[in-house]
Design a protein around this ligand. Sequence first.
Ligand SMILES: [Mg+2]
Length: 412
Amino acid sequence: MKFLFDLDGTVTSVETLPIIAEYFNCKEQIAELTVKTVAGNVPFVESFIRRVNILGKNSVRETSELLAQVPLYPKVARFIEEHKEDCIIVTGNLTCWCEGLFKRIGCQCYGSEAECGNDEIVSLKTILRKEAIVDQYKALGETVVFIGDGNNDLEAMRHANISIAAGLTHDPAQSLMAICDYVIYDENALVRQMYQLCGQYGDSKSVVISCAGIGSRLGLGLTKALVQINGGSLISWQLKLFKEVEDLRLVIGFQGAEIIEEVRKYREDVVFCYNHRYFETKTGASYYLGARHANRESLEWDGDLLVHPDDVKMLLATPGEFICYGDITSEDSVCVHTNESGEVLNFSREGGDYEWTGPACMDKKHLTYCSQNVFNMFEPFCPMRGIKVRAYDIDTYNDYIRVSEITKDWKV
Ligand SMILES: [Mg+2]
């Protein structure tokens, strides 16, 4: 596996061109162009040529010395140092300007090339197409992870096997949201995800909350995570219940941007996992996408499921795999048959001992892609440990009224 990083704002904690511009007193010109470029409103190649025209008359040596001092995200930089052979920087920035910085980062770096003379830029030779470097490593049989934040990372992310839109320095370009696998706003969460991709897992369970659906049966015209329950959005309740969980992963699709905005009011270190095919797939696909690069055990949680706070605590503290169920409350529910020790024997649409409510917990070794329901993923592994919980899901408007009533006195 190879990790390819954009440089500016992804590995460096500031954008580098404004620093050069400030140093050489052409701040305003560059600032305006940078904002437009990052947002995708000026094509990258045109913007880059214009920026080099503005900055190229300055000393190349001084520029390189200046950029060598640029602050890096310390944990990202440490990850690169620990995985030097598998990390690669790909930047549109000029190699001659970044020489000092490249040396400091210490891994293989690719940039754009210019001809220099008399310590200034004479002409631009090549502008790096980041996707070409992605393709180069893929052709060697590598799985490529691309981490970037700008519109000029779009094609590279599209070509990569796994793409992470990073929002560490500024929000990722809007265009990335339509194609990326992950959006991560926090350095700790980003680095944790990279270690997980390397097979280095945390000891705790990951929690995967599926919030990708359109909430059609509820009829409020909102994805369920954003529905208001007793003065807060449903997702804000989930976030309170999972406050102690380190690796919290939210699978998003419909109204993903609104969910991100809501979640970030409460915490920044959530890993957002996209299910771009939310319209054609069911919760099984979302759970797979949320859990595939998570810790060994992932707790599957439907975004519309509220579980009593004491039961949430108990489940988080319960090691191993399990399936949760509750008393039968609705007519067309999926039920489970259990044995005398409470193990789940099978799932059934024609009645059973309890109602399958979720959540459930699966080990990585059993995880395979499924476009259907979560219970279809667990069926082959039954009998499995069963745990009875007080769980309430919100499928219909009547459920919504009922759950609002039940949860009124919960202390979270
Ligand atoms: Mg960038």
